[in-house]
Write a new protein. Structure first.
Length: 297
């Protein structure tokens, strides 16, 4: 679970030079969410994606280090958005008109892995935001924004005070929400500048928008601080807790781990299964041969 969540919360960066394949991939139960993209060149070739032409020829052409294509983000959205994985060959024809012929270019992509099923909650400034999951499920924060977004919020309409619609967001909102709520069944926090600081000018109304998902993996999580403490060993020995609970929980944990391994590595699991069947047949054949030999003797 910890590995899965770290992959979901991670910001991925990938790049590919002209003539190379770019490959984006997200873990199970998540899809690609493109954050930003760049195609062109803004650094010399000796720093990134060196020229494939001979050095003598490359010196005859002045390299353009202020070259970019405005369609790269839309192209990445068309190719990879909301997919589990995508792969394609990088070249200038893919992005339309070549802005700098003769200059080797490269593609940079920033993306995240978004859970297939997620929830969204909004709290206006100075209101309390509460997140909760069903029993045996815990919170995994995907994104958190505190401030004022360009599109605004339907739940928190802004009062027109004659101020322009500017965008301002706290840089620590995701970190704070992850620290406060990650791995718990429920948590609460005030959407206030006391918690998140004030990323906007004074007088601008703000809101807190959190996107999260509930994960059904209770056995691999830290203890929820909002839960009552577990029974002591003396209480357990008095008959209030079944004796086989520990064994059943360990068995269930092993089953979940095996299932996660199989779903993430289907080819390897199939190989192990076939190898086990082959070894079993060989051992059975050897046992039959020994039995026939002994009976003959």
């Amino acid at each position: 679970f910890a590995g899965y969540i770290s992959q979901v919360l991670k910001n991925y960066t990938d790049h590919a030079c002209d003539g190379e394949y770019v490959s984006l991939r997200c873990p199970h139960r998540t899809t690609i969410s493109i954050q930003s993209s760049f195609y062109g060149r803004i650094v010399p070739s000796h720093q990134l994606c060196p020229s494939r032409y001979p050095h003598s020829y490359a010196t005859l052409i002045k390299e353009d280090v202020a070259c970019s294509v405005g369609t790269s983000l839309q192209k990445m959205l068309d190719e990879c958005q909301d997919r589990r994985s995508c792969q394609f060959l990088v070249n200038s024809r893919l992005f339309g008109t070549d802005p700098c012929p003769g200059t080797g270019k490269y593609l940079l992509v920033w993306y995240k892995c978004r859970p297939n099923e997620y929830k969204s909650k909004v709290a206006c400034e100075d209101d309390k935001l509460r997140l909760s999951c069903k029993k045996s499920m815990v919170i995994a924060i995907y994104s958190a924004v505190f401030g004022r977004t360009q599109g605004g919020s339907l739940e928190c309409p802004y009062q027109n005070l004659g101020m322009p619609m500017i965008e301002c967001q706290s840089a620590t909102a995701l970190q704070l929400m992850t620290k406060r709520c990650h791995g718990k069944r429920s948590c609460s926090i005030y959407a206030s500048t006391y918690e998140f600081g004030d990323p906007c000018y004074p007088g601008i109304q703000k809101h807190l928008n959190v996107i999260y998902t509930c994960e059904n993996t209770p056995l691999l999580l830290p203890v929820d601080e909002t839960e009552p403490p577990a029974l002591s060993s003396s209480s357990s020995s008095s008959g209030m807790e079944p004796v086989g609970v520990g064994t059943e929980m360990a068995l269930l944990s092993n089953i979940l781990a095996a299932y996660a391994f199989i779903t993430e590595n289907p080819e390897r699991a199939a190989l192990y299964f076939v190898s086990g069947v082959c070894i079993g047949l060989v051992l059975t054949l050897l046992a039959l041969v020994l039995r026939v030999s002994c009976r003959t003797d």
